[in-house]
Ligand binder design. Structure first.
Ligand code: GLA
Ligand code: ZN
Length: 657
């Protein structure tokens, strides 16, 4: 397992390069990422290139056996470029150019920006193609599905629509543009969402397509860069680093043409005071592993207290810095690159702390980092191991967009239910995949399908087949609400899934922050919030598991179970408290015959990586207190953020899948 650091040679006096690299080598750093913002140093004036410093520092690392990932520097075009082409900077919702303030100031469709971007990538990739130290390329940095409202982007948007729908009549029909006289009669009438209207005030069909376009447009930019890198460096691996930002691209399509997923992992340094409050950043790690269904890289990892973008927050608690890295390995990362080697002394990010503080005196966090490097070295046996799971949670970019466009009720957001299930599954120590909704389901026994809101007919078909063939699916409220265009389906909910779950929604009550109570047949009561689907069981084999115990629908079904074909489909019509999911998931895992661990304390995670009958089991204490518990009839004690690894060679007949 590889530990790396993000390094900015252009931020430091040259005299520091060698001592820095020496210390990295001594500490056990194996990988360095550089140059993703260094355009002005690589091309100080138009057409004047200077790679000498990058050659030099790359050589310093090469001599020390440290590999390099180079970022294409296109996130931060130099001043001369913006001076010459002021409209290379994205335009805001008023259609006017946003003044250049920070980084990320480039329109993905500006021809002069693209010409210069291509040129610098072309030169950089040619220059380092034969350099053995350079093992991978990162495209740009934390790309977002930008909303640029310039003329060129608008033209691209119209062309995207033309390609998708062919003619305006089709768009008018599928968007329902007759509402509020919104019909288009010329292509020029189609604009991006200008003006400062909340997304929910605009046509949801139009808004969903605009989000899809913005994502596709960003992906085209990724493809442009990929094509140059592949041509010049055929053997190199290509990635880009993503995070959960405001305008997220479709991760699955973004990485389809890339070699591995990179994720910027900044888990909280302040944990919730209430231990029962859920926090599940391991969710993000599992989601990232699921994007390509392969191991991934953390390209930026928490190293010190974050700040700058907001006032500073707590410094990482002892064990946290190394613990979060080890946790990433336990969830399928093969490399963790720490952001950053040393805290910047200048620039806007001077309070986003790195491994070493401004003083350049390695301190407590660095000592922890040293130990982490040693631990990573000891985890060599994990090379080639993977996480195999019988449980999948489905994720959909369309749903993410659609819920952001139309928040359903107070407090409800798309990720919450996915995380509630993830956390409940974590309580049972099973491996959890989070995969795109349109992935094949072969090999899974249990699929959690929360809020299947925007309907993709192929996904519906696959879920029916999966259950028919003996699988178990858990659906929740707000499923089958929208067609593929983000219009409401004119059928009782959960429209396409109604037969599968054996019940329909008679009426729903978006209770928002109000609390309701639900009661299971055994009398157990749970609090619920946000949403209540009043359910009517209608299948011959539909069982009611829990009913509402408050409100005017007291006694109506809230959670149901239905036999369908050889399998089972559950429907949860409300959003319960954490304990509700822990109970349900425990019962469902048992019924599915999936092995699980019992009695894990809150926030202790157990995951398994395996290969050819070799298993490594990780037990991780993701809290600030020591925890003692019994595992496999054995007492285990773990300090805060401590991880234990147990390896076992499986008996030959045991197949993991
Ligand atoms: C992101 C960026 C980095 C840096 C860190 C810390 O992950 O990619 O360049 O800004 O955040 O804020
Ligand atoms: Zn633009």
């Amino acid at each position: 397992m590889v530990i790396g650091v993000d390094y900015y040679p252009e931020h430091w006096a040259k005299e520091l390069w060698v001592p820095d690299a020496d210390l990295m080598q001594k500490t056990g750093v194996k990988l360095v990422r550089m140059a993703e913002f260094a355009w002005s140093r690589l091309e100080p004036r138009e057409g004047v290139y200077d790679f000498s410093w990058l050659d030099e520092i790359t050589a310093v690392f090469k001599e020390r056996g440290i590999h390099v990932i180079l970022g294409t520097p296109t996130n931060a075009p130099p001043r001369w470029l913006v001076e010459k082409y002021p409209d290379a900077v994205p335009a805001g919702r008023d259609g006017k150019i946003n003044p250049i303030g920070i980084r990320g100031h480039r329109c993905y469709n500006h021809p002069d920006f693209l010409r210069h971007a291509k040129e610098i990538i072309e030169r950089m990739t040619k220059r380092y193609a034969q350099n053995e130290a350079v093992v991978a390329w990162q495209i740009d940095n934390e790309l977002e599905a930008n909303f640029c409202f310039c003329k060129k982007c608008t033209e691209k948007y119209r062309a995207w629509l033309k390609k998708k729908y062919g003619d305006l009549d089709t768009i008018n029909r599928l968007y329902g543009n007759e509402v509020w006289s919104g019909e288009y009669s010329t292509w020029e009438q189609i604009d991006p969402p200008l003006g400062n209207y909340p997304a929910a005030w605009l046509n949801p069909a139009y808004m969903l397509d605009f989000n899809r376009f913005a994502s596709d447009d960003m992906i085209e930019y990724v493809k442009m860069q990929t094509e140059i890198i592949r041509r010049n460096c055929p053997g190199a691996k290509i990635t880009t680093n993503v995070w959960f930002c405001e305008n997220m691209p479709d991760f699955y399509r973004t990485f389809a043409g890339l070699d591995f997923v990179s994720y910027d992992n900044y888990p909280p340094t302040k944990l919730p005071e209430d231990e029962k409050e859920f926090y599940s950043h391991a969710f993000h790690l599992d989601l990232m592993r699921g994007v390509k269904r392969q191991n991934f890289c953390v390209m930026e990892e928490l190293s010190g207290g974050p700040g700058c973008w907001a006032p500073m927050v707590r410094t990482p608690y002892p064990g946290m810095l190394s613990g979060y890295s080890l946790q990433a390995f336990a969830h399928g990362a093969d490399a963790v690159v720490h952001f950053r080697w040393r805290t910047a002394v200048s620039g806007a990010e001077m309070y986003w702390h790195g491994l070493i503080d401004h003083s350049n005196v390695p301190g407590r966090r660095f000592a922890e980092f040293e130990k982490l490097c040693l631990a990573a070295e000891e985890l060599k046996a994990l090379v080639g191991t993977r996480i195999v799971s019988k449980v999948a949670i489905l994720y959909s970019s369309d749903n993410e967009y659609a819920f952001k466009i139309q928040p359903q009720t107070n407090g409800m957001y798309y990720y919450e239910q996915l995380k509630l299930f993830h956390e409940a599954l974590t309580k049972y120590g099973v491996n959890i995949d989070i995969i795109g909704e349109d992935e094949e389901l072969l090999g899974y026994r249990l699929v959690i399908a929360p809020q299947m809101y925007v309907t993709n007919p192929e996904v519906v078909r696959r879920l029916y087949t999966f259950v028919e063939d003996g699988g178990t699916v858990v659906f929740t409220n707000r499923s089958g609400v929208k067609d593929a265009y983000n219009n409401c389906i004119m059928e009782p909910l959960p429209a396409p899934y109604r037969k599968l779950v054996g019940c329909r929604v008679l009426e729903y009550d978006p209770v928002g922050y109000d609390n309701v109570t639900i009661r299971f047949l055994d009398g157990a009561e749970y609090r619920a919030k946000q949403w209540c689907d009043i359910l009517k069981p209608e299948g011959e084999e539909t069982r009611v598991l829990a009913c509402y115990d408050s409100e005017f629908y007291k006694g109506s079904a809230a959670i149901t179970e239905n036999k369908y074909g050889d399998g089972t489909a559950y429907y949860i019509g409300t959003v319960g408290e954490r304990e509700l999911y822990i109970r349900l998931v425990g019962e469902i895992l048992q019924k599915c015959g999936i092995d699980f661990v019992e009695g894990l304390p809150d926030h202790v995670e157990v995951t398994t990586r395996s290969k050819d009958g070799f298993f490594a089991r990780f037990i991780f204490n993701n809290t600030t207190k020591a925890q003692e518990f019994v595992l496999d009839e054995r007492q285990v004690s773990l300090q805060p953020f401590e991880m234990q690894v147990e390896t076992v060679k499986a008996k030959q007949e045991e197949s993991f899948i």
